[in-house]
Ligand binder design. Structure first.
Ligand code: NZQ
Ligand code: ZN
Length: 389
């Protein structure tokens, strides 16, 4: 196992009716800005619950709101929140929504006191961030793990670029996770959440053996839970046990725990981000397209882990090595398809001509050496995209 540091300061408050705890979680003297997305939080009543929990502060006029953060949150919209905060006394942020609202809030928190053009945080990485406003979250969509990590992914519409940053300053102080808040999710978003969490685990697990016994068994267990409850979560929208397990798996998939001390391969996410930026395909759907093709193209460097994954996660024990690997990849693709998520570029009306565009964007963003061995060059990314057709 590799050396590692593990730090995660986010307090999780999990369960039914936990939004009512907000008043004790938000600091007494805070001047709060609630950030939310489109109209789902209003329509579902979650925003009203948040307002009621903070009612005493509303009376004192210490709570303001900023809505309209898009799915795949944009720099353009978020900079309006930055302006608002710079011209006010707001000193605490509260994100109410899914990964997009939480990621957007992280960016806003880091950008408010940033000297210079805040897009540089995305271009040059989170190391430029020296401070951030404190914030908490109320999670409404299990998928990204953003509620318990220090990553944020932001889209710049003008540049057609989707970039990420990480900084220890943007861990949420707390996250409220009430699984009943997911009951209103469209099935498409539930399926997206299952696939996103699945891909997060795979990208920290399916590399080469590093003798991370804990990390491997945790990862395999989390994958098996998703395989078991993913289809049930789609069929039963108000099953508390299923939804609570889905919510917790998605958090553990990307809160740093299973990735500590082991190699990681985020190439599927990086290629996927270009597809979202260029064509607007949902984040999780880009992963469902790219992941099976990445496993296929990188089967030699991932051979040992592919065999382990096939055996321990899918119970594949018969056939020669090639057959077992083929089967493990086919089961992965089949799992996504069974959730109603198509896995080929052609399913999204993209063809050979689009591959050049995506590869050019990877090059422009300096993503020329991806993967656990940094050997996914532009040429290999092209092969992956070709295998995704
Ligand atoms: O905008 P509203 O009206 O709120 O509707 C949202 C949105 O349209 C809706 N929704 C959310 N909760 C709901 C609900 N509808 C009904 N009931 C509810 N309870 O769902 C739609 C999708 O929401 P979004 O927040 O975009 O989804 P998700 O949580 O999947 O987040 C995706 C974003 O997170 C980034 C992705 O790239 C993408 O931009 N990621 C962030 C990561 C991180 N911070 O660590 C890691 C991930 O890999 C990912 O890249
Ligand atoms: Zn993701």
């Amino acid at each position: 196992m590799r050396n590692f540091k593990y730090y995660n300061p986010t307090k999780i408050v999990f369960g039914k009716e936990t939004i009512s705890r907000l008043d004790s979680l938000v600091p007494r003297d805070a001047r709060v800005l609630i950030l939310y997305g489109g109209n789902s939080a209003e329509k579902t009543g979650t925003l009203d619950e948040v307002r009621s929990a903070l009612v005493n502060r509303t009376v004192n006029r210490t709570v303001q709101e900023f809505g309209g953060i898009e799915a795949n949150p944009t720099y353009e919209t978020l900079m309006k929140a930055v302006e608002l905060i710079r011209n006010s006394e707001v000193n605490f942020l509260l994100a109410v929504g899914g990964g997009s609202v939480i990621d957007g809030t992280k960016f806003v928190a880091a950008a408010v006191n940033f000297a210079g053009e805040p897009w540089r945080i995305l271009e040059e990485g989170g190391s430029l961030v020296q401070s951030a406003l404190p914030f908490g979250t109320v999670l409404t969509l299990p998928a990204t793990g953003s509620e318990m990590n220090s990553s944020s992914v932001i889209t710049n519409k003008a540049k057609q670029a989707k970039r990420d940053f990480m900084s220890p300053f943007v861990f949420p102080q707390f996250s409220i996770m009430d699984p009943t808040k997911t009951y209103t999710l469209p099935l498409r978003q539930v399926a997206n959440g299952v696939v996103d969490a699945f891909a997060h685990i795979m990208e920290q697990y399916l590399t080469y053996p590093a003798n991370g016994m804990v990390q491997d068994r945790f990862a395999e267990g989390l994958l098996q839970i998703l395989i078991e409850i993913g289809p049930q979560a789609i069929n039963a929208s108000d099953n508390y046990e299923i939804r609570s397990n889905l919510m917790w798996v998605a958090t553990l998939a990307l809160n740093g725990l299973i990735g500590a001390g082991v190699p990681q391969d985020w190439s599927t996410h990086y290629i996927g981000h270009e597809l979202t930026a260029l064509y607007g395909i949902d984040h999780a759907r880009t992963l469902a397209i790219i992941l099976p093709a990445t496993l296929k193209i990188c089967r030699e460097s991932k051979r040992a882990k592919l065999l382990q994954y096939g055996e321990r996660v899918w119970g594949i024990t018969s056939g020669d090595e090639e057959q077992r690997i083929d089967q493990a990849i086919a089961y992965t693709r089949g799992f996504f398809e069974d959730l109603g998520i198509q896995t080929h570029l052609s399913d999204y009306n993209l063809g050979v001509d689009d591959i050049d565009r995506v590869v050019k964007q990877l090059e422009a963003h300096g993503l020329t050496q991806l993967g656990e061995n940094r050997d996914i060059t532009l040429d290999i990314s092209r092969q992956i995209l070709q295998a995704s057709l």
